[in-house]
Design a protein. Structure first.
Length: 205
């Protein structure tokens, strides 16, 4: 793509680095910004930079937060003894959009995948086990994408906490095996949460 300005080309290349954004879409975005007031564009760019500089990760569950503890963990109206284990922050957002869950979360930051070089030590598993041991957890809900990597992760954690007195469940498989949790529609996700079953029925030990 030949562009008449090096500055324009640099901006297009940066936007094209975003997931799902090709060069043509990036060009449309940049041309749109060119039509805006300089102050508006500066506010836009500063908002992005400020987010990256100042955003934090909850010291308890690893969700994104403006403070050391996220709003969900700090909410005394949430059921603190129920932990929903998810792979990414996007999964927290997906589940929260259903408005069917009133517990807290734990973001693993991925799933165990030896082929990708991701082992338990690269994930927030040790901190999860520590939470279960120290916070009198009553129920652990696995809300991981229903694929081999997700099931491997569930199996590993289940073995690590087998000696602890908490109920372990997983969301019902209304979500197709091999699917991604973040792409499930809200109704399916809400029903999966409501109809969760003992994890032993899905992950064989």
């Amino acid at each position: 793509m030949q562009l008449p300005s090096g500055l324009l080309e640099n901006a297009v290349n940066e936007f094209a680095k975003l997931p799902g954004i090709g060069k043509k879409t990036a060009l449309r975005m940049v041309l749109h910004l060119l039509k805006q007031d300089v102050a508006d564009v500066e506010h836009f760019s500063e908002s992005i930079a400020s987010m990256r500089r100042q955003i934090k990760f909850c010291s308890r569950c690893f969700n994104v937060s403006d403070n050391d503890t996220c709003n969900i963990c700090a909410n005394v109206m949430r059921k603190q003894q129920t932990i929903c284990v998810v792979e990414t922050i996007r999964d927290v957002i997906a589940i929260e959009s259903t408005q069917q869950y009133n517990g807290v979360y734990h973001v693993l930051g991925g799933v165990i995948s030896p082929l990708d070089g991701t082992g338990p030590e690269q994930l927030n598993i040790a901190s999860l086990i520590h939470r279960i041991e120290t916070e009198a957890t009553e129920e652990l809900i696995f809300a991981l994408s229903p694929n081999i990597q997700g099931d491997t992760t569930i199996y590993y954690i289940q073995k690590k906490i087998a000696h602890l007195p908490c109920t372990v469940t997983t969301i019902a498989r209304g979500i197709a095996f091999g699917g991604e949790l973040e792409y499930a529609d809200e109704m399916t996700l809400a029903r999966s949460l409501a109809n969760r079953l003992p994890v032993n029925q899905y992950v064989k030990t």
